[in-house]
Design a protein around this ligand. Structure first.
Ligand code: WTA
Length: 655
């Protein structure tokens, strides 16, 4: 493909031609106007009213964008609305009460369906219960729960009464939960006794109890969902509440949805940044919900009749926006699955798609690569003809995986949207519009209408087509984070850069290229954040855990290429008197699992006599990444201790 700039876009996009969306898809697409980007650009920021129009406002907003206090932008100010009303009540009122809101798949042969009416009833009852327990507006409620319907119910119950939620992924360890509750001053916890994986019951409650012992402030109430029955012999202490007892006590009660300011907090989501401290990303109701709904409409092409399945865990932003808020705001059916994709067999995902006639399937490249490795016979066992659109998120997707997904899951007929966004952006930012744009495997696509993305060099100037640079967002957008909770300073410092004209641009922390057609190819993180199996981790967080292990002097953690996947490499030097033993390696892995969660366990622990340092004493992480990747090390003359490099290389090769 030639784009007139002399840049070889074929190479960047994996050597494929651009693929047009099938006419049958375009005909029915929610957005199919080829001029939609121009229309948005000409009418910015008012173009975002199109997103706000997908919501019901109790009081209309008077300003679309208030940029009087940059970079503390505000959207739809003056407007009042309630997220639970938008995701539940209005669909019941609008004739959709018998439509499925949530289709939940649990253990083998275990399913539950919540109609919008069912969801309405339970959200009301739980909202009444929370209120009765003392939860008031602006009280942060922590939700530490697996993928069970009670999690979205609890989120919506919080939203209904104006209490922000902070969902903590159930895979996090007790320490991580305690830290997040403390940072948020959260006095209420809703958790669960456990969950099932591969038919086996796993304990969540003991982690929650351990966390509660560690929280330094008074936790007023803990509510526990009984998922396991007697399976692990749990016994609820008298000061903790049983979820279903609370529902019984409030059976049939109604709680009016509290009208909230558009700029009130809907939720906090802790995510990894470039320091050891998780950062509390604050999202507000109006802008976030508008962007989640709009992108579900324009990119996922959802209609109320659709069954959508986003396979992400609700403990991460993808699950917030595209399992819960986006699809439910549009009145569609959202699918939730508690288990793993390869149990009882490697066709589990396709069986669920088949049984539930899923229309839109949204997953992570790492899952697609696993499906590809397992083989096409698994999707071939099932009728996947209900699928109309496929999506990916979380990491770059390599063209080979893209094509496999297109052919063996989509039958060559479903468009694929490769959506780039982040916890901080709230919703999708870069993606093809499936009813408008040709797809280029490996490239996410152009920015969405109304989104102004650029790729810049260190001086902040746009790079030429094909050149790598830093991915930035040049104008605010409704779903953007409003601040880092109680840390405005870090928000300004970490997220924003000054521009030459005195304004601000958002720095995403990713490297990217852009081709002559304006398609962005995301190269991956350029800061100390790694994306592993769809999970986002700060290398500093892992390092802080490792150096707590007895015998460890120093640690440096980097993400390394493991084929198209990312592997976490931990380079560790020991204290004198401590040997680099297999037992120590084991202890390091165990401690990281205990402090952060098993998903954070490093793939490789490499012992080094010392870590490579510059003369000013900074660990040269780039060098450690290059060693892990087997790349050329380049110039090492800035090192104070160049002699360790050879030893580290040998350790990486020999272990
Ligand atoms: C990466 C997940 C390439 C990126 C929604 C980003 C992607 C980080 C893509 C955010 C994509 C997300 N192509 N890379 N389509 N989507 N990423 O906060 O590095 O968990 O900065 O949000 O995932 O991860 P987070």
């Amino acid at each position: 493909m030639s784009d007139g700039t002399g840049v070889d876009t074929e190479r960047e996009t994996g050597g494929t031609e651009a693929i047009d969306p099938p006419a049958s898809f375009v005909e029915q697409a929610n957005v199919s106007d080829p001029a939609v980007r121009e229309a948005f650009a000409e009418n910015w920021p008012d173009c975002w009213e199109r997103a706000a129009d997908l919501l019901d406002w109790e009081t209309p907003y008077d300003t679309v964008l208030d940029d009087s206090n940059e970079p503390f932008y505000e959207w739809f100010t003056g407007g009042r609305l309630n997220a639970a009303y938008n995701c539940v009540d209005r669909h019941v009122e609008g004739g959709g009460k018998n439509r499925a809101a949530i289709r939940w798949v649990g253990k083998r042969d275990e399913t539950r369906t919540y109609t919008y009416q069912d969801l309405h009833r339970e959200v009301n009852e739980f909202a009444a219960a929370l209120r009765d327990l003392g939860v008031g507006e602006d009280d942060v409620v922590t939700l530490y729960m697996p993928m069970i319907p009670e999690l979205p119910v609890a989120m919506l119950a919080c939203a209904r009464i104006g209490a922000p939620h902070s969902v903590v992924f159930a895979g996090f360890a007790a320490d991580a939960l305690a830290t997040r509750m403390e940072r948020a001053d959260s006095e209420y916890l809703v958790t669960c006794d456990g969950y099932y994986r591969r038919g086996t019951a796993f304990n969540l409650k003991s982690k929650a109890d351990n966390a509660l012992l560690d929280v330094n402030h008074d936790v007023r109430e803990t509510v526990v969902v009984d998922r396991l029955g007697d399976e692990l012999g749990h016994h609820l202490p008298s000061h903790q509440r049983d979820y279903s007892d609370l529902l019984d006590a409030h059976a049939g009660e109604r709680v009016d949805p509290v009208p909230r300011d558009a700029e009130d907090m809907l939720f906090l989501m802790y995510t990894s940044g470039t320091t050891g401290e998780p950062k509390g990303v604050k999202h507000t109701i109006g802008g976030y919900l508008a962007q989640a709904a709009w992108t579900s409409h324009a990119v996922l092409d959802l209609e109320p009749e659709d069954t959508h399945w986003c396979s992400a865990d609700i403990g991460w932003i993808t699950g917030h926006s595209y399992v819960v808020y986006g699809p439910l705001a549009l009145g569609a059916t959202t699918t939730m699955y508690e288990g793993t994709p390869d149990y009882p067999d490697r066709d589990r995902v396709w069986e669920i798609v088949d049984t539930n006639a899923v229309d839109v399937f949204y997953t992570a490249p790492t899952a697609i690569r696993a499906f590809m490795k397992w083989g096409k016979e698994y999707p071939e066992r099932h009728d996947l003809s209900s699928l109309r659109l496929l999506g990916t998120v979380g990491e770059p997707i390599n063209p080979r995986a893209w094509k496999w997904y297109h052919e063996h899951v989509g039958g060559g007929e479903c468009p694929i949207v490769d959506t780039w966004w982040q916890t901080e952006t709230g919703g999708m930012m870069i993606s093809t519009l499936p009813g408008v744009d040709p797809m280029k495997p490996g490239s996410a696509g152009p920015p969405l209408p109304g989104v102004d993305v650029d790729v810049v060099d260190a001086a902040g100037d746009s790079v030429d087509a094909g050149e790598a640079g830093y991915l930035t967002v040049e104008k605010p957008w409704p779903g953007m984070l409003r601040t880092l909770y109680r840390n405005d300073e870090r928000f300004v410092e970490e997220c924003w850069q000054r521009t030459d004209d005195g304004g601000y641009r958002y720095a995403a922390g990713d490297g990217a290229t852009v081709d002559g057609d304006g398609y962005v190819t995301v190269l991956g993180r350029i800061d100390d954040v790694v994306n592993v199996s769809g999970r986002r981790l700060g290398t500093m967080e892992i390092e802080s855990a490792i150096v707590e292990v007895d015998g460890v002097a120093e640690a440096a953690v980097v993400g390394a290429d493991d084929g198209p996947d990312t592997a976490v490499f931990a380079y560790v030097s020991t204290e004198s008197g401590h040997d680099a033993t297999a037992a120590l390696r084991e202890r390091i892995g165990d401690h990281v699992a205990a402090a952060i969660g098993p998903f954070a366990r490093p793939d490789r622990v490499v012992f080094a006599p010392d870590l490579p340092k510059t003369r000013s004493g900074k660990i040269m992480r780039r060098l450690l990444t290059a060693i892990a990747d087997g790349d050329d090390l380049g110039d090492t003359s800035a090192l104070r201790n160049p002699e360790v490099v050879g030893e580290i290389e040998a350790a990486v090769r020999n272990e």
